[in-house]
Design a protein around this ligand. Structure first.
Ligand SMILES: Nc1ncnc2c1ncn2[C@@H]1O[C@H](COP(=O)(O)OP(=O)(O)O)[C@@H](O)[C@H]1O
Ligand SMILES: [Mg+2]
Length: 575
């Protein structure tokens, strides 16, 4: 409720106006049978007065027009505010999801969050944006109709209502079944779409491995499943209307038979009988709505609960209450006895101690999967260490505002991620850089020739996730993105893995040139790229196995010496 009330408040004028229109429509609906009643009674008494008949017809027609217009108005007003509720909750949910840290996304499936953002929000809108209003309408209209019917003839009313409990029971029961089948059909549908999405995503692999028929078969299977579940829902839906009609016809029959007898006995006028039948027709909607509403509310409540759970999940990494002011100048980084594990089981990093003086360059190397990338994530506070600490200019990073911390660190990630927009937008990401400096960055990343070969240069669109680019091109774009702003700390996670030795050497030299005075971490397997680093750490199984300068390590580390010899050999053969 806390989530919903503000939206009601925001739109209170519209909602109130809509409700007033709705109540007027209800009132008009109740008047029509009364007019019909007097008209029929005049007819039945053989004292037909044409002028009066015409007058009443005009009155009914007028009411009809007013009702149509007002009904249109209240639907727009109330449904509009329900859509506003939907929009508001969706924005709130997305904004909250953006604050959550990567550890949350390690645990929760993207599909679940998507479901919250789509069907759960729809359920909430249906129940609370619209349902509450319909409920008011139902109770008012239904109550008034019943009152009039009872006032006209209590016994006839009682008899006409005999089938009603059965009717309410069936709408509720079938409504619940419909909802259950709807949910399973919905789940089946998301599986189907996910499967299709994945197939397009992996189209190259599918083609190379001749997986087409296998994938088609799986999609066919999922589509059949979806079809079957929809069919079940259709069966129930199809049953609902005829059943409702059946019960109402029974009521009409009762009214006709018993009411007819009453008219013959002169206990009821013919006009009253006709009006009675009309009121019964009007009662159909409130009765159906009650069954429907209860289902809607149950569904809306459970959706609301799920949304609230997501909104209440707190990021593990957030700004401390009194964040320490960001140190201004130097960027001296110390890891002291830092340990980390993703899921509280096997540690990924243990007892890592690094001392990185401001403005120095540090190389990190080691076999894949030993925690190099993870170590940099700790520095960026995408995750926090499970033991030990990291200090930036002697302030523990956990005492800093993560946003402020990240704004002083540039990262080129190991796996470049490109958005489906132009190359320029991908590099700048909303930041500004004058043409001359942008050109310098592009040159450093060895992209000048690549861009010259593209139809629209910097304004070329890269396609979804950069499919139109080669791996090396994507990598250099990600590098350019990291170099746009000169930040005090720069992390390059495997920057030249997709480049040939000569280009790599050129790019690395360019980076060094462009980032004078920056505290720089370079992760690479290519040891020649690390040779100019002030210090190199070799990581193995999450521990520092050796450290020193390039020349130190050639003497002291067998791993380093062997790897370097192999790479030298390859490089000479390449050229
Ligand atoms: N999000 C994650 N959840 C759980 N384990 C992870 C996650 N990311 C990486 N790992 C594990 O952590 C270890 C170190 O990974 P990583 O830091 O990427 O290694 P490197 O960069 O040295 O290749 C690997 O064993 C990997 O399987
Ligand atoms: Mg890595």
């Amino acid at each position: 409720m806390k989530l919903i009330l503000p939206y009601f408040r925001q739109f209170k004028v519209q909602i109130l106006l809509g409700m007033v229109c709705m109540i007027i429509v209800d009132g008009a609906q109740l008047i029509v049978p009364q007019i019909v009643k007097s008209a029929v009674d005049v007819l039945a008494s053989d004292s037909l007065d044409r002028a009066m008949l015409v007058q009443q017809c005009i009155f009914i027609a007028g009411l009809g027009v007013v009702m149509t217009v007002l009904r249109y108005v209240w639907r727009i007003l109330l449904m509009g505010s329900a859509r506003n509720l939907e929009k508001g909750i969706r924005n709130q949910l997305f904004a909250h999801a953006m604050t959550l840290d990567p550890a949350f996304y390690d645990r929760v499936k993207t599909g679940d969050i998507m479901a919250h953002a789509t069907s759960d929000i729809n359920h909430v809108r249906m129940a609370f944006g619209f349902g509450i209003i319909v409920l008011v309408d139902t109770l008012l209209l239904g109550g008034a109709i019943l009152a009039i019917m009872i006032w006209t003839h209590p016994k006839l009313t009682a008899m006409a209502l005999i089938p009603m409990p059965a009717l309410i029971f069936f709408t509720r029961y079938l409504g619940k079944k419909m909802h259950d089948f709807h949910t399973t059909a919905q789940e089946s549908f998301s599986q189907l779409t996910e499967m299709i999405r994945e197939s397009f995503f992996g189209i190259r692999i599918i083609k190379v491995f001749n997986f087409e028929s296998l994938v088609s078969e799986r999609v066919d299977h999922a589509a059949t499943d979806y079809y079957k579940k929809n069919l079940k829902r259709a069966v129930v839906t199809a049953l609902l209307r005829p059943l409702l009609g059946f019960f109402f016809n029974i009521s009409s029959l009762v009214i006709l038979v018993y009411g007819g007898i009453l008219v013959i006995r002169n206990a009821l006028t013919p006009g009253e009988l006709v009006a009675f039948l009309q009121y019964l027709g009007l009662l159909a909607w409130p009765v159906i709505a009650i069954g429907w509403m209860t289902n809607l509310f149950q569904r809306g409540l459970s959706s609301l609960r799920r949304i609230n759970t997501l909104l209440e999940s707190q990021p593990r990494i957030s700004c401390p209450d009194n964040p320490a002011p960001m140190p201004l100048l130097n960027r001296h980084i110390q890891f002291s006895h830092t340990g980390f594990s993703y899921d509280d089981s096997a540690p990924v990093l243990s007892d890592i101690s690094l001392n990185v003086p401001a403005g120095s360059r540090v190389g990190i190397t080691g076999p894949p999967g030993t925690g190099k990338t993870t170590l940099m994530y700790l520095l960026l506070r995408l995750y926090d260490p499970t033991s030990g600490e990291i200090r930036l200019d002697n302030i523990p990073t956990t005492g800093l505002d993560p946003d402020a911390l990240r704004s002083s660190i540039a990262l080129m990630p190991q796996e470049p991620f490109l958005f489906s927009t132009t190359i320029k937008d991908n590099i700048l990401m909303g930041r500004h850089l004058d043409a001359r400096n942008l050109d310098r960055v592009i040159q450093t990343c060895d992209l000048t020739d690549t861009l010259a070969g593209m139809p629209e240069g910097l304004d070329t669109r890269v396609g979804e996730r950069g499919v139109t680019l080669s791996g090396g091109q994507k990598q250099r774009l990600a590098l350019a993105r990291a170099l746009v702003e000169k930040k005090p700390v720069l992390i390059l996670d495997d920057p030249v893995s997709q480049l040939d030795t000569r280009t790599a050497r050129r790019v690395i030299a360019g980076i060094y040139n462009l980032t004078q005075g920056t505290t720089c971490f370079i992760i690479s397997h290519r040891l020649s790229a690390l040779a100019a680093c002030d210090k190199i750490y070799i990581l193995e199984n999450g521990r520092i196995q050796a450290q020193g300068s390039h020349s130190d390590l050639l003497l002291t580390s067998r791993y380093y010496r062997d790897a370097f010899a192999v790479q030298q050999f390859e490089a000479t053969n390449e050229t």
